[in-house]
Design a protein around this ligand. Structure first.
Ligand code: TEU
Length: 552
């Protein structure tokens, strides 16, 4: 599969399948495993190396699968365990690796362990697997500390007997106690369960959240700034140093299995240096590069992120990953379509400023794709970005399902706008997402304009985003300078260019240039234009356009 001896995950292009919204084979309006299987030929032709599938386990769906009731099963809405096993084998026959999502920070409140904990009562061994505490105040009716849920409101919920339990996300997602040996043993067993069924790796949800300060101290105002000499160190529940012990053990589990199994951490760290700690030699393999995802469409900022990422990960010999979008953030075709380009911060809700210019966003998204796929390391594609899908910013309030909407008291709309089902073909909803004789409409309504975004509408149209991605992925596979590079050493050299232009070469004979300035950029001498994200004018690269060149 790879040209060099370097393991596949160092340069893989991994396509994120948000299973609920990818393809619905049984017509109930929700995507499923059979739907993914039916679209494997599409994925193989697109030219990706692996798929990451969002949680497919039995779940009451308080957070669309991130509330897991049984880590060894498949949610009936999505299919069966047998179908999952067939999907893994069939994907492998197409040359596609399979990476499920694992959710170790919390279970569902319907998980057998949490039910047992509620039934057993205060201070029982069953409660010790979670984080139960007495409340504060004379009657114990105030939460044990001031931590807040990522979805809004307090991070604690009180149960009938008066104790409180911790949930950094929704109340239906109680946090596990990772100091408990049974919790550690259980997850190692779950990893083995799926590794022995052939999965090639795992995406680890909230990888930075598992360990909590034993005293559960109040956050107070701006805790990390006050308490920690090093940015990000010392937070009571994020990115604590002890979390790496867990991943050293997980690495040993992965290494028990043949082939190159891998982990990718969804870890939010304050600094690139702290992120690099997750991917040291005896730890996890890769981590999502959220600094890249959060970067504004700004040459200086992007270059800084690229350099800093490569320097910090290079120091621990880990490959970079380049991510533009996922199921938690506003689609980048809409982010980049705003006149004011702002830097994001994690857990800061993105409030769009000003009207969106979708043509501008799409032009930049196309250029961003060529930048992303030319950088050394691995890349992620979130389903639909290869179709140039924008965020659906005008979903009616009565269809919103993200827990954020309720938990914020209807002030934050949440993440549904990037989760609208994929348009495959046809002139009207469900655009081939569900079969003709479907019994239900797609779980979120698709905009009428998506007829022009469908796979069928774009296929064969050389000007389409889909054909741009197909060409880029084909070149990336064939060109010795791309991906991990011919020697696997993943080098990149910046080329002198005017302010606002990012230009770099990779050996042998490849140059990528992206113009984020207001002036056209005269292309440097080259043998041939391999690919461009938009039309070139008189040998010059227009604003918000990227090009791949073959050099002598
Ligand atoms: O997200 C974890 C996370 O760190 C948050 O940034 C999250 O994106 C944000 O709070 C959303 O408002 C992961 C999953 O990607 C997300 O879909 C889940 O909801 C969450 O964990 C809980 O499992």
């Amino acid at each position: 599969m790879t040209r060099t001896a370097a393991p596949w995950w160092r340069s893989a292009v991994i396509y994120q399948v948000y299973i609920r919204s990818f393809a619905d084979a049984n017509g109930d309006g929700v995507g499923d495993i059979a739907g993914i299987r039916s679209r494997l030929p599409y994925l193989a032709e697109l030219g990706i190396d692996a798929i990451w599938i969002n949680p497919w386990y039995p779940s009451p769906m308080a957070d669309h699968g991130y509330d897991v009731a049984d880590y060894r099963g498949i949610e009936p809405v999505f299919g069966t365990l047998a179908e999952a096993e067939e999907l893994i084998d069939e994907a492998h026959r197409h040359g596609i690796r399979v990476i499920p999502d694992i959710v170790p920070n919390h279970t569902s409140d319907r998980h057998a362990w949490f039910r047992a904990a509620l039934a057993a009562g205060p201070y029982s061994p069953e409660r010790a697997r979670y984080v139960f505490r007495a409340g504060r105040g004379p009657r114990g009716d105030e939460p044990p500390n001031d931590w807040t849920s990522c979805f809004g409101g307090p991070a604690w919920t009180r149960v009938a007997d008066g104790q409180w339990y911790l949930h950094l996300f929704a109340p239906q997602q109680p946090d596990l106690n990772w100091e408990h040996p049974e919790v550690r043993a259980e997850f190692e067993s779950v990893l083995r369960f799926w590794f022995s069924r052939g999965v090639d790796g795992f995406r680890i949800d909230v990888a930075h959240g598992l360990i909590k300060h034993p005293d559960l101290p109040d956050l107070g105002p701006a805790p990390s700034e006050v308490a920690a000499p090093e940015r990000g160190a010392g937070h009571p529940h994020w990115d604590r140093d002890e979390v790496h012990d867990i991943y050293r053990a997980w690495r040993r589990v992965a290494d028990e299995f043949p082939g190159d199994r891998m982990f990718v951490a969804e870890a939010w760290a304050e600094t690139p240096e702290r992120l690099a700690a997750y991917v040291r030699r005896d730890g996890l393999h890769t981590a999502f590069n959220f600094d890249y995802l959060m970067s504004a469409w700004d040459a200086g900022r992007l270059r800084h992120v690229i350099d800093h990422t490569r320097a910090t990960l290079g120091a621990v010999d880990a490959p970079a990953t380049w991510v533009l979008s996922n199921h938690d953030v506003v689609r980048h075709a809409s982010r980049f379509g705003r006149a004011v380009q702002k830097e994001w911060r994690h857990n800061q809700t993105w409030h769009p400023e000003g009207p969106v210019d979708l043509a501008l966003g799409l032009r930049r998204a196309r250029a961003a794709a060529l930048l992303t796929l030319a950088l050394p390391g691995g890349a992620y594609i979130y389903q639909g970005e290869e179709l140039g899908l924008p965020e659906v910013e005008d979903l009616p309030e009565d269809v919103l399902q993200d827990p954020t909407w309720e938990r914020s008291g209807h002030t934050e709309r949440g993440r549904d706008g990037c989760r609208v089902p994929i348009p495959w073909a046809g002139g009207a909803a469900p655009f081939g997402f569900s079969p003709q004789d479907a019994t239900a409409a797609p779980w979120l309504p698709q905009p009428e304009s998506w007829k022009d975004h469908s796979v069928a509408a774009q296929t064969g149209d050389d000007a389409s985003v889909l054909e741009l991605y197909r060409s880029a992925l084909r070149l990336r596979r064939d060109h010795p300078a791309l991906g991990g590079g011919a020697s696997g050493d993943a080098t990149l050299s910046w080329v002198d260019a005017p302010a606002g232009v990012l230009a770099f070469t990779r050996e042998p004979g490849f140059l990528c240039a992206v113009n984020l300035s207001d002036e056209p950029y005269p292309l440097p001498p080259h043998d041939a234009v391999l690919l461009a994200s938009g039309p070139l004018t008189d040998g010059r690269l227009p604003t918000d356009t990227a090009v791949w060149l073959a050099l002598r």
